[in-house]
Design a protein around this ligand. Structure first.
Ligand code: CA
Ligand code: CA
Length: 509
């Protein structure tokens, strides 16, 4: 009974130990020889340390442009060294950007037994042995399910089914849009204890924890050793495929870590030290080379680290400069606003003067010259021009008023004279009709004229004509006046007679 108890306790403890070990997260170690990232992604000879790239791929300081957004391009980048660990996790931070609503073809992240070559599967060769994680932009089978993310494993015999977007061959996948995101998108692939898990970060934030599960598959058997790679391709449509970071971690089970006890052997320590010295030597050599090639760019204080930092005084000065710049910008802005206001006022003034001129013209019966309405921004009237124009308008208005007064005066006087004339001619004339009165007036006027002519004639004749021959007694002034009186009398009688006749005629009607 006691033996059974001991056995059951041992089994239970073993079970707990296994459970504990399996629940423990794996130990992660960053593998710099299988990684690349900015800001100093390339060396001076434009190579990426521990990586090789080709096709249309171009590496710069902060990214590898696997393809540019040009038609029918293929590019790739592969790690140089074969992996030396069983389990791993890779995180790839990249961008797929293009002007079109639809892009092509896509990007592949690889772990394969041998490095791929330029080929037809997202820029890399077909019939690979290992895993391909594909970001398929273009919808070849027209199922309206792209952009799509899928994992396809291959043992080196299968050909990728492009026409169906690899749907029948996929180990798993998810439909996510990874193009034209505000932040770089990220993919994390974990291969640990034959479980392959893919997480995806949609690039809607820069938060490191915004990953979501895309697919998970168990019992996945990938080659024990292999190479990591990224490839991309464009077709009739084209996107930029830019990889900012490729970060690899090796994963170790807690058991294996406990076996190693966290220590490294002397042999390993020596190996790491040699590697470090080797790199240090290479760095110094490159520095020397650079100094020799660019003597003009060498600064004596280049190695003086103090020159890279600023002191308090400099920082304060910079702060003051920044503040003053801000103040200056504000003043400039105020100045421009003031200019704008002055411009508006001038425009308003010119408009007002034109309105005044129009009203003056309507008062003066159109005598004023028309003032041009200046609508254009460049033809704003000056103040003194407006003033002179207004003065002219006033003078003109005054003159028109004067003329009007004079005309009115003349009219009044004329009216007075007209009203006064008939009363002087006698009360009888008022009783007759106006036509007769006028006739009468005309005749009297003509008589007066003739009288005047006659009275003035002797002097003019004396001045101009030769002396007339003596006539016995032709016409004396007395005789003339007698005749004139008789004539007036006859006309008067005739007028009276005619008015009477007309009065008699009216009685018949
Ligand atoms: Ca496709
Ligand atoms: Ca599709």
């Amino acid at each position: 009974m006691a033996g059974f108890n001991t056995l059951s306790v041992t089994v239970f403890l073993l079970f707990l130990a296994v459970l504990y070990c399996s629940a423990q997260p794996p130990f992660k170690k960053f593998e710099y020889k299988y990684s690349f990232k900015g800001p100093h992604l390339i060396q001076k000879d434009e190579t990426v340390p521990f990586w090789q790239y080709g096709g249309s791929a171009l590496a710069s300081e902060d990214k590898v442009r696997v393809t540019p957004s040009l038609r029918s391009r293929r590019g790739y980048i592969w790690s140089k060294m074969e992996t030396s660990f069983d389990w791993w996790e890779i995180e790839v931070i990249f961008k797929v950007t293009g002007r079109g609503r639809v892009g092509a073809d896509g990007l592949g992240i690889w772990f394969t037994q041998t490095r791929g070559e330029e080929g037809g599967v997202y820029g890399s060769s077909d019939k690979w042995n290992g895993m391909g994680l594909f970001f398929d932009s273009f919808d070849n089978d027209n199922q309206r399910n792209n952009p799509y993310i899928l994992v396809v494993t291959n043992d080196g015999t299968k050909q990728y089914d492009h026409h169906n977007d690899g749907l029948m061959q996929q180990l798993g996948g998810c439909m996510r849009d990874f193009r034209n995101k505000p932040f770089p998108v990220r993919a994390k692939v974990e291969y640990y204890k034959n479980v392959l898990t893919v997480y995806f970060h949609q690039g809607l934030s820069a938060n490191d924890h915004d990953y979501e599960l895309c697919m998970r598959a168990e019992n996945v058997y990938l080659p024990q050793k292999g190479y990591f790679g990224v490839s991309a391709a464009t077709g009739g449509l084209a996107d930029d495929h830019d990889v900012m970071k490729f970060l690899t971690h090796s994963l170790a089970t807690p058991e294996s870590k406990i076996d190693k006890d966290g220590f490294i052997t002397d042999e390993e320590a020596k190996k790491f030290k040699d590697e470090f010295d080797d790199f240090q030597g290479k760095l110094q050599q490159q520095k020397e080379d650079f100094r020799q090639q660019h003597p003009d760019k060498i600064r004596d204080d280049y190695d003086d680290t103090d020159s890279f930092f600023e002191d308090d005084f400099t920082r304060e000065l910079k702060l003051i400069l920044t503040t003053q710049n801000g103040v200056m910008q504000q003043i400039k802005m105020l100045g421009s606003k003031l200019d704008e206001i002055v411009g508006r006022q001038e425009r308003t003034l010119s408009l007002m003067s034109s309105v005044q001129a129009a009203s003056a013209a309507s008062i003066g019966g159109g005598g004023a010259p028309p003032v041009q309405h200046t609508g254009g921004a460049g033809s704003v009237m000056q103040r003194h021009e407006v003033d002179s124009l207004l003065n002219t308008q006033r003078e003109l208005q005054q003159s028109v008023r004067d003329i009007r007064n004079v005309v009115g005066d003349v009219q009044n006087k004329a009216g007075l004279i007209y009203n006064r004339q008939p009363t002087n001619q006698g009360a009888q004339m008022n009783q007759g009709n106006p036509l007769a009165d006028h006739e009468m007036l005309d005749k009297i006027n003509s008589i007066q004229d003739s009288v005047l002519k006659l009275t003035h004639r002797p002097e003019t004749q004396q001045a101009i004509c030769p002396p007339a021959p003596e006539m016995p007694s032709c016409l004396t002034p007395t005789l003339f006046f007698v005749f004139a009186f008789i004539q007036i009398f006859v006309i008067f009688l005739y007028t009276v007679y005619r008015s009477k006749q007309e009065a008699a005629a009216k009685k018949f009607y």
